[in-house]
Design a protein around this ligand. Structure first.
Ligand SMILES: Cc1cc2nc3c(=O)[nH]c(=O)nc-3n(C[C@H](O)[C@H](O)[C@H](O)COP(=O)(O)O)c2cc1C
Length: 199
């Protein structure tokens, strides 16, 4: 069964909740499924080694997970308007896949959460696209044909789905944010299936 890799880093749970809704959208499409993976944390010191399987949550991603996916949803919290280190660290280990062109022609989308509404969601989403363009992936956003994109007063951007978490992540995922996740997951899965069949 082809799969869409939902790869994310989440420290406090907001991005992982978006990931679950995206996966639900992906799983609504017949013939393809979501595979959820998280980036392993990085340490300021090198001597500590985490167990290779996290105690809770989804397994840590491997290069093989990425290599064999039919599509990718990549999620990170906004850290100063940029990608969280654990995810960036993983991406910097993907040069063998870049060299072999393993991801070229596959569809991808990006998603995020931030504590403030204008706390760098769009800059982060755009910066997450850059390494994916280098890999030759086909970036997919969220179109305004999704009515929630025009009416949301929380997260949601045409560059990728997002969540406005508020200070201390107090805001739950809003109905509009949830709908946009489900629709984007479905759209990505359908595109991945179409491109996979051509390949
Ligand atoms: C190092 C660091 C930097 C952050 N920078 C921003 C920021 O620039 N803008 C913002 O709105 N939130 C910022 N935040 C808050 C997180 O983006 C926000 O809490 C997010 O919802 C966390 O997602 P998570 O629950 O999946 O970990 C930052 C948090 C940390 C720890």
């Amino acid at each position: 069964m082809p799969y869409v890799l939902v790869l994310y880093y989440s420290c406090h749970g907001a991005v992982s909740e978006l990931a679950r809704y995206l996966a639900r959208g992906i799983n609504a499409v017949e013939g393809i499924e979501a595979r959820m993976r998280t980036a392993a944390p990085v340490s300021a010191t090198c001597e500590q080694v985490d167990p290779s399987v996290p105690e809770t949550g989804n397994p840590y991603v491997t290069l093989e997970d990425l290599q064999h996916c039919a599509g990718l949803a990549l999620g990170s919290p906004s850290y100063f308007g940029n990608i969280a280190s654990p995810l960036k660290y993983f991406l910097e280990q993907t040069t063998p896949l870049w060299a072999s062109g393993a991801l070229s022609g596959k569809p991808a989308t990006v998603f995020t959460s931030s504590s403030s509404l204008h706390g760098g969601q769009e800059s982060l989403l755009l910066s997450m696209m850059q390494p994916l363009f280098h890999h030759g992936m086909i970036l997919m956003g969220t179109p305004y044909t999704e009515p929630d994109l025009a009416t949301t007063t929380t997260g949601g951007t045409p560059y990728g789905v997002s969540h406005y978490a508020g200070p201390d992540n107090i805001h739950p995922v809003s109905p509009e944010e949830k709908n946009l996740c489900l629709a984007t997951g479905r759209r990505l899965a359908e595109l991945a299936l179409r491109l996979d069949r051509k390949g």
